[in-house]
Design a protein around this ligand. Structure first.
Ligand code: NDP
Length: 477
């Protein structure tokens, strides 16, 4: 296991070669608040270089057969498996999640690549007779910019890389400046695996995201991040009509029916809300509990919140790490202060003691705040969960749906059919019964309403990285 980063150098990958930034920026460990490494800060000229390397590599990559590109994905997966220790150590240090969770995240990338390598690009024969042959196939878009957030630095890349490359595109990957290190190493690991320019990895602060979005050499933007930034991406893409897929924020409701076994379901709900310190787009963010079980469930959840081990994820016993960066920490604290000032009751957790190092917030449960409270309406993206009481299921469904977001949702019940009938009424891209966050490379996921445009994964997700092209041969002259 690597213990420090002093022997490691972090460079961008452009055209198959290492590239230093024109300057560098600090990367902070959120568990300690200390600087752990310097990452390259990509200049505008270097972005041009990366896009042009991707453009140059495109025609040869697109001409390869799908079978060849499938084989490349498998070799990528093997290369990643050979470096899981380093990658997951970097994820833990820069993002703040426990090592076991980081291991699963990194393993998820090679799994996603292998599963994607089993996929084919479909062709539809529209007409095939004496008069005419007409076929619609799916061709690559060109240079894909993959822009990812900090909550799963490697995991978010895994939803984009395999499908974009399999479809025949080349990629410029731009991770969040809060978590650049694992992605920079990923670029380095894959330098010898992929032809030069097929995958470029750049990092930077300030305007890099908006430069990428508005770059005339980018044909497709696959963006994951907040709804607010998603709007900017869409506006930036408008001039060139650049294709976009947007995976955005969520405020996922869970509705718990009164027939559940509270002791069995409570830990599942707890982890569905607090895993990765609540920083998961598909985490439960509003928990609607039937009045008959409200008190008992609240007590069970509060007990879990009080006993879970929160601390530096470098320690093996730690189950929940810090909030991942200062910006998000301040967002969470602002929501907590708003709740406190509005007189809400904290059943567990609350505002942290000032002056402690690292961005730690104990898992916090808020007792039945009003539906129009900020902590109910806004995406907290941190370890804070409002518990909301309902008596009438139609009222619970209406409240769950009264959101600008529509990413995920869940219904919990001993009666799966009854839960399914409720699930069908929820306005979300994915609705689970008796679980959440189960994703699969062959199953599309995406958001309705302001949670996004388009999907990732599955055939539909693969086709987001293509454009339909119809070829027609007239057989009679
Ligand atoms: P941000 O929107 O702040 O950032 C996402 C990415 O966009 C980062 O790489 C960021 O770079 C970059 N970026 C910033 N400004 C621009 C811009 N003007 N144009 C283009 N790119 C830009 O989101 P967070 O990183 O804070 O991630 C948290 C959000 O992501 C939450 O809302 C969460 O719900 C959502 N999310 C959605 C998921 C989904 O699948 N629907 C999955 C996971 C998270 P930098 O960080 O360097 O500024």
């Amino acid at each position: 296991m690597h213990t420090d980063l002093s022997g490691l150098k972090f460079t961008m990958t452009v055209g198959g070669l290492p590239l230093d930034g024109q300057s560098a920026f600090d990367v902070v460990n959120p568990a300690t608040g200390t600087v752990i490494a310097a990452a390259p800060d990509c200049s505008r000229e270097q972005l041009d270089q990366a896009v042009s390397a991707a453009r140059q590599a495109f025609s040869a990559w697109a001409r390869r057969s799908v079978a060849e590109r499938q084989r490349f994905l498998l070799v990528m997966a093997d290369a990643i498996d050979a470096h899981t220790d380093l990658l997951s150590h970097l994820v833990t240090l820069e993002q703040g999640k426990p090592r076991a969770v980081a291991d699963t995240e990194v393993a998820g990338l090679s799994y996603w690549l292998r599963e994607t390598a089993r996929m084919e690009l479909p062709e539809t024969v529209n007409q095939d007779d004496a008069e005419r042959y007409s076929v619609t196939r799916h061709v690559p878009v060109g240079v894909v910019a993959a822009i990812t957030p900090w909550n799963y630095p490697i995991g978010q890349a895994s939803f984009k890389l395999g499908p974009a490359l399999l479809a025949g595109n080349t990629v410029v990957l731009k991770p969040s400046a809060f978590t650049p290190l694992a992605n920079l190493k990923l670029g380095e690991i894959l330098r010898d695996v992929l032809p030069a320019g097929v995958l470029n990895v750049i990092t930077g602060t300030g305007g890099l995201g908006s430069w990428v979005t508005a770059h005339s050499g980018v044909d497709k933007i696959s963006f994951t991040g907040s709804t607010q930034t998603g709007r900017r991406v869409m506006a930036g893409a408008a001039d060139s009509l650049t294709r976009i897929t947007l995976e955005l924020g969520g405020n996922d409701p869970a509705i718990v029916l009164p027939d559940v076994d509270v002791r069995t379901v409570a830990p599942q709900l707890f982890w569905a809300a607090f895993a990765n310190t609540g920083q998961i787009c598909l985490a439960i963010k509003r928990l609607y509990l039937h009045a008959d079980i409200y008190d008992e469930m609240a007590a069970e959840l509060a007990e879990l919140a009080r006993t879970v081990v929160v601390g530096d994820p470098a320690r093996e016993d730690v189950q929940l790490g810090p909030v991942s960066n200062l910006r998000q920490y301040e967002t969470v604290l602002e929501l907590l202060r708003d709740s406190r000032d509005d007189g809400h009751t904290f059943l567990a957790g609350g505002l942290p003691t000032a002056g402690t190092p690292g961005y730690f917030v104990a898992p916090t449960l808020i007792d039945n705040p009003p539906e129009d409270a900020r902590i109910v309406r806004e995406e907290q993206f941190g370890p804070v969960l409002p518990l909301l009481k309902y008596t009438d299921i139609d009222d619970a469904v209406a409240r769950a749906n009264a959101s600008e977001y529509g990413l995920g949702a869940s219904v919990w019940s001993a009666d799966a059919d009854a839960a399914f009938r409720v699930a069908e009424q929820l306005q979300a891209g994915t609705v689970w019964v008796n679980e959440v966050m189960h994703l699969h490379p062959q199953v599309p996921f995406g958001g309705r309403k302001q949670s996004g445009i388009g999907v990732e994964s599955g055939l539909a997700g693969l086709l987001e990285f293509t454009e339909p092209q119809t070829l027609i041969i007239k057989r009679t002259v």
